[in-house]
Design a protein around this ligand. Structure first.
Ligand SMILES: [Zn+2]
Length: 189
């Protein structure tokens, strides 16, 4: 990532918009914005910043579905570079490996932190967990509000739901159980 280029880019945007460069509120805006984008909003473009520790399943254990709900999603849309924010539900049925629940949040947060389309975020999380945990199946649902719909265009509340199902989650009984769990408990965001 090239901080200098990002900073120059934001300076050009301000210049192009005709913002007075001497307005005290804008004096350090390009630096501040570039720091926020490179250090926080787009850290998902940098190499994985966590390790997914796994634990072996005790022999004789046959756990069913493991579900984590209300995982915060904070991302940027690829088409307008405006935020989309909401929540993810992530579930898997283990084979031989388990992971800490908080790691599911970390995976979502890592993949969220870059400009992208919501469909890719949803499938990136599912494919990553399928590779790392080698479970019987994975299900991911993301519900997010898109500021590009709220602030421009149709100015309609842009709540979008995407899902990615792999392995046994493609089979009807598992899919139905997952969907029922995922939609049972809404929180406001
Ligand atoms: Zn957009």
């Amino acid at each position: 990532m090239d901080y200098q280029k990002v900073k120059q880019g934001f300076s050009l945007v301000l210049e192009g918009l005709g913002i007075d460069p001497n307005d005290p509120h804008f004096l350090e805006t390009s630096e501040r914005t570039a720091r926020a984008w490179t250090n926080e909003l787009c850290v998902g473009l940098i190499k994985e910043n966590f390790t997914l520790t796994t634990f072996p399943l005790d022999s004789g254990d046959h756990p069913g579905m493991i579900v984590l709900q209300h995982i915060p999603v904070r991302s940027l849309c690829a088409h307008h570079l405006l935020p989309f924010t909401g929540e993810a539900t992530v579930a898997y049925i283990p084979n031989e490996k388990l992971c800490g629940l908080s790691k599911l949040s970390r995976v979502v947060n890592f993949f969220a932190r870059k400009p992208q389309v919501q469909e890719h975020l949803t499938s990136d999380v599912a494919v990553y967990l399928q590779e790392k945990l080698e479970p019987q199946g994975v299900g991911v649902i993301v519900k997010a509000k898109h500021m590009c719909m709220e602030l421009r265009g149709v100015e309609h509340s842009g709540l979008m739901t995407t899902s990615s199902l792999l392995g046994t989650f493609l089979e009807v009984p598992v899919r139905s159980e997952f969907m029922a769990l995922a939609h049972a408990n809404h929180s406001s965001f």
